[in-house]
Every structure is written in structure tokens, then in C-alpha cells.
Design a protein around this ligand. Sequence first.
Ligand SMILES: [Zn+2]
Length: 114
Amino acid sequence: MRRQKLKKPEKLLKAELQYIYNYTCRLYREGYIDEAINLSKNLVKLAFKYKLGGYAFKLVCRKCYVPVIPGLTVTYRVKRRGGKSYILTRCINCGYTRKKVFKHKGVEKRARKK
Ligand SMILES: [Zn+2]
């Protein structure tokens, strides 16, 4: 008989990752930077165990494992080119940039009031 792995619902796992992320943010803000990076490396390891690596890299920088804190470790810029808009996230620590394209949902260009 094959033994199956115990599977947790995805929602619960994400909540757990968020809990660890909150703790790393607090460590980073208080000045324990090495400890925060160590903990976020463990966070990524744990996330890969449950196939949530993509989600983990939203909370942690892909290159230098610094927790993503808007305004402190990461800058966000919204840019527009042609008909598409995208969000640029840039890590201040290592300079890693990431682009995310999004489309406007049902918003017409000329829908102004007269
Ligand atoms: Zn980085």
C-alpha cells in the first residue's frame, strides 16, 4: 500500500508563510538584518516543499533574500507603454528588477463625463 502525504489546504499554508514573513519584517526593521535573511531563506525552503515557490518570491527578494517591504527595501513604479501598463519592482539592496504586466479590465479610454 502506498502511503500518501498529508496535504494541507493552500490557504492555510499561505497564512503560515505570511506569519513568518511578518516576523522577518519586524526583525529587519529592528536592525537584525542577518537574522532576517536567514529566516527568509528558510521561508523559501519551506515554500518549495509545498510547491509555493512562486508565492514565496512575492514576499522575499529572489536574489538576496531580503524581505520585501515597500518603501524600505523595494520601490514600486507604474509605467505605461502602448496599451499595456506594468509594475516595476526594484530591490534597493541588490538592484534586481521584476516586471508585471496587467491589463485594464473593461475601462474604456474615452469614458469622461460631459
Ligand atoms: Zn534583492
